[in-house]
Design a binder for this molecule. Structure first.
Ligand code: ANZ
Ligand code: ZN
Length: 834
């Protein structure tokens, strides 16, 4: 019979779905296992990257199910976002229509791949049934002060007509469209993720066991904790009195304070105007500040930025040395970091060193490397390494690490400063000037000010009809039905917030909603949430190492603190899968190298496509899509199909690993049974340990080869048939998570009852693996010359002796000189002769 993958696959997809085979429930005595792949944006079609991602997740889900876990494996749609609006403008449709028709199409494509989802839990984030809970979270955050409004310069994408969070600016470009990001001063809503900086950092230690090291360290760097001190520098008034206020700096090097010879302020520092007021330097300073403010932020933050500055004409005083320090404005000092002011220590900081050389500012060595004496006149660069303190009063002679502590103590005792910690992480701007997003549930009332919506007024629905703007601006501000509203407090005329939420807000909690996706009187069913969370295995692309994965971690902690859940971290284990490339390059329409999954499924079937995605490489690694690769997978499936066909009438309906030692009485029977059990052991270990599906599949391929070699000899008697049947059952059972359709089809055709995908994962036994004798192949100069049997576990000496005395081998060695004997215990002896 021909292998008709189309009809076989569609038949089993229907059967399994109609029987609700993958529905799950939290009322269960089994241990739970929650496996989740990052949900897709409904852009139109499934691409090969999705197929790889979801195939990995599906094998994990099915494998855990076979191991006896109660498995939750859901799928849904990250359905708000800009492409829907752009498509709507281009094609004159509504974003909702475009989105839902894409969802329908992509759902069909996923079904055709045979994934074991509990489709009852499907969700789309653009529905009010979903986003109403997000609006409720917003209200709780608002009450707790976890969300607030502020005006600040923001990242603005001119093409997307919206602001972007810092995490969404990748090397100065918009994460979505690669346009250069500009700065724009706007009043926006922020989530106070910085309140959680310390916890987000500390909990990374717990994630180290289950997350890739690279992702953990990227998050650590992004949060960017710096331990140091704040030091207060009194300003020198016109009369040198020091009573005219002060400048506070943040430093990680308080041990160098005696070497601070001038002060550098950010151009945006609020004191600048006051300091230059009435001074002759004022015009030059204003011009400089204006020029730097307009500079691209990324250029400004780059290491190779040419250091520039301007003197303000004002001075402050070093509180430790009493020295007068000129105050400069410098282009490399950032307003948003620390206090926006830096005590400049040119002898020990490279930026300050370059700045001091350029503007001829004083330099003072305060850290001396042991056994050397730095001379400021001769220094070519700042000394930034460790050393002993000099020119530092009572602290002289201390190693600088110890001095850090002593000087911090002194700061706190004298009131000149204090220990402090700084983070790079900034609060998360969640306002977006877009239509296709969740409305922010806030109104502005002339009488009452900023007023949060009432719970009973949720959801704040997006208006279904809007007039889109050709230039891509959001239509919401000019949609009176939406924008004009009543104040929830005084009932008077008010205006609704017309910004919508960043779509990364929706993806920060969808994983928790799956546990109770259809609940309509609350965001989560507490019992279901408690049972299923955290996600045991999360799988997705490494491009989310910071963005989505950091936001989700924060969101869970914030929801916990609002009483929604009792959970610290959402994802216990994370797998970041590699990309599917074509000829070494990322697949893209512009390169014309896209391989369409639908076409591949039509030609080879879903099982072959799944198999290839899993066999081509370990999951974390990139792999190249190749015709020969997919052909190879197709041939392997054909080989299994033919094996079952050739053995029809021989095979009987039995379970994996069911043949007994008595069934396997002949040497061939024994060997095959042994191979069967060894394959189960290897495949199980490879999948459990780091999801090495490729080597697990290779092991099953070897078992299939062994079946082909043994089948004729074993078909003759009852015991042999039993051994063959058991090994075939094992092949089908082990392959069922990977290629479920053909496994199910052949399982049924052999006459088995039940479904192979409902079978338990097979158990290997020590007894079957143990061998009393091993066959060793003997080669001379790489040519096969004989086989010998030795006791299992024999040592190299014994194996060599047996090999050399084998009659045929001995004959070939008669007139030659043996140069070397290589023994690989359990396998082979190679005699090198000359
Ligand atoms: C004095 C000093 C002496 C410093 C020395 C370094 C070496 P991280 O580790 O990144 O936190 N700094 C502080 N605020 C700044 C700002 N807003 N813009 C630019 N630079 C700023 O770096 C902390 C160090 O960066 C601080 O320690 C400060 O320079 C500088 F030998 O203070 B240091
Ligand atoms: Zn953009």
């Amino acid at each position: 019979m021909k292998y008709d993958h189309q009809s076989i696959e569609i038949k089993w997809q229907r059967t399994r779905e109609e029987s609700g085979a993958f529905h799950c429930d939290h009322h269960s005595d089994k241990p739970k296992y929650y496996v989740l792949e990052m949900f897709p944006y409904p852009s139109g079609n499934i691409h090969m990257g999705h197929v790889r991602n979801y195939s990995i997740g599906d094998v994990v889900a099915r494998f855990k199910r076979m191991q006896g876990f109660n498995v939750l494996h859901p799928m849904g749609w990250d359905a708000f976002g800009l492409p829907a609006e752009n498509a709507a403008i281009k094609h004159g449709t509504h974003p909702a229509k475009w989105t839902f028709s894409n969802i329908d199409n992509m759902r069909t494509q996923l079904r055709r791949l045979g994934y074991s989802y509990d489709w009852r839990r499907e969700l789309a984030t653009c529905t009010p049934e979903y986003y109403r809970w997000e609006q409720q979270f917003f209200l709780r955050f608002f009450e707790k002060g976890l969300v607030y409004r502020k005006q600040a310069p923001q990242n603005w994408c001119p093409k997307c007509h919206t602001v972007l969070a810092n995490e969404q600016v990748i090397e100065g470009l918009c994460w979505r469209c690669d346009s250069a990001v500009e700065q724009k001063n706007l009043t926006q809503w922020f989530l106070r993720i910085t309140d959680y900086a310390e916890e987000l950092l500390a909990d990374l230690d717990k994630l180290e066991a289950g997350w890739p090291e690279r992702v953990v360290s990227m998050q650590r760097n992004w949060i960017g904790k710096s331990i140091g001190a704040e030091i207060v520098f009194p300003l020198e008034g016109p009369g040198g009195s020091g009573n005219d206020g002060s400048i506070t700096v943040f430093t990680t090097r308080q041990d160098t304070v005696f070497g601070a010879t001038f002060m550098s302020l950010a151009p945006e520092h609020p004191l600048v105007e006051q300091l230059i007021d009435g001074k002759p330097e004022a015009p030059a300073v204003r011009a400089f500040v204006e020029r730097i403010r307009n500079m691209d932020r990324i250029v400004r933050q780059s290491d190779d930025l040419e250091k520039e500055g301007v003197f303000t004409g004002a001075y402050c005083v070093n509180p430790f040395t009493g020295r007068r320090m000129p105050i400069w404005v410098a282009n490399f000092v950032l307003a948003e970091y620390g206090t926006g002011a830096v005590m400049a220590v040119p002898a020990h900081d490279q930026r300050d060193f370059e700045f001091a050389r350029k503007y001829d500012l004083p330099m003072q060595v305060v850290i001396q490397p042991e056994g050397d004496a730095l001379d400021t006149a001769a220094m070519q660069a700042a000394w930034t390494e460790a050393g002993l303190l000099v020119n530092s009063g009572e602290f002289d002679g201390l190693p600088n690490e110890a001095a850090k502590q002593k000087i911090a103590d002194s700061l706190e005792a004298s009131g000149k400063g204090r220990r402090t910690v700084n983070y790079r992480l900034r609060d998360w701007n969640i306002s977006r000037q877009r239509y296709w997003g969740a409305p922010i549930p806030v109104v502005y009332c002339d009488a009452c000010g900023v007023v949060a919506e009432k719970d009973e007024n949720l959801p704040v629905l997006l208006p279904p009809e809007v007039r889109t703007h050709e230039d891509g601006r959001s239509p919401l501000p000019d949609t009176p039905e939406f924008a004009e509203c009543a104040c929830p407090k005084c009932g008077g005329k008010a205006r609704r917030e017309t910004d919508t939420m960043d779509t990364f807000v929706e993806s920060s909690w969808y994983f928790a909603r799956y546990t109770s996706a259809s609940k309509d009187d609350g965001a989560f069913d507490p019992a279901a949430l408690k049972y299923w969370m955290p996600v045991d295995q999360y799988i997705g692309g490494v491009e989310h190492a910071i963005l989505h994965l950091l936001y989700s971690r924060f969101f869970v902690k914030a929801l916990r603190d609002c009483g929604y859940m009792d959970l610290d971290e959402p994802f216990a284990n994370l797998l970041t899968q590699g990309m599917v490339l074509k000829e070494g390059a990322k697949m893209s329409k512009s390169k014309g190298n896209v391989v369409d999954p639908t076409e591949m499924i039509a030609r080879y079937g879903a099982d072959t496509v799944r198999l290839f995605c899993l066999f081509a490489a370990p999951p974390e690694r990139d792999f190249d899509w190749s015709d020969s690769g997919i052909e190879g997978s197709y041939r392997f499936i054909g080989r299994i199909w033919r094996l079952a066909e050739e053995l029809s009438g021989v095979l009987m309906p039995v379970k994996a690993c069911s043949a007994t030692a008595a069934d396997a009485a002949t040497p061939q029977g024994k060997d095959l049974r042994n191979k069967e059990h060894a394959t189960v052991r290897k495949a199980g270990a490879d999948i459990s340990d780091r999801f090495q599906f490729n080597t697990a599949i290779a092991a099953v391929m070897e078992l299939v080869n062994a079946l082909y070699l043994a089948k004729d000899e074993l078909s003759g008697d009852e015991g042999g048939r039993k051994v063959l049947s058991s090994a075939v059952a094992t092949v089908l059972t082990l392959l069922s998570p990977i290629t479920p359709h053909i496994a199910e089809e052949l399982w049924a055709s052999i006459g088995n009852t039940g479904r192979v995908t409902d079978e338990p994962w097979p158990q290997w036994s020590e007894e079957a693996l143990a061998r009393d004798e091993e066959t060793i192949v003997v080669q001379i100069n790489g040519k096969l010359r004989g086989r010998v049997s030795v006791p299992a576990g024999a040592d190299a000496k014994a194996i060599e002796a047996a090999a050399l005395s084998e009659p045929n081998v001995a004959r070939h060695l008669e007139d030659v000189t043996v140069r070397k004997v290589v023994v690989i215990p359990g396998k082979l002896v190679n005699v090198v002769v000359g």
